[in-house]
Design a protein around this ligand. Sequence first.
Ligand SMILES: [Zn+2]
Length: 138
Amino acid sequence: MYCKNCGNSINDNAVVCPNCGVQVGELKPSPTEQTANAPQKGNAVGIVGFVLSLVGALFWIIALIPSTASNALMWIAILLDIAGIVCSAIGRKRAKKENASFGGLSLAGLIVGIVFVALTVFFLILGVILLSSVVSYF
Ligand SMILES: [Zn+2]
């Protein structure tokens, strides 16, 4: 490229023109600064997993309350808990691997998610057994 101040040919990656000293490019943060500013992904995904599992558990409870009971809520709860398990597992893995914090929180998210999905499966099997026994009765 050419310097917009003095017109001399300069390196495309140059930030300051070597001929006249005028700034010609964007100042980019150094790699070390980028690393320092980067969010700790392991923690974020662990927290997200925990929150998803917890929200899934809440939906699950709401789905069982007779006045608000609905199959749609139960499906939302299952999907949230599955997403929670996946995110928590990733968070847990990163916490172990990179010694990041919130390893306990992602473990809690993992347990909550698994417990509620297991409960759902248990209720589904129970429902299928009850339904089949009713069907065989007729
Ligand atoms: Zn110049």
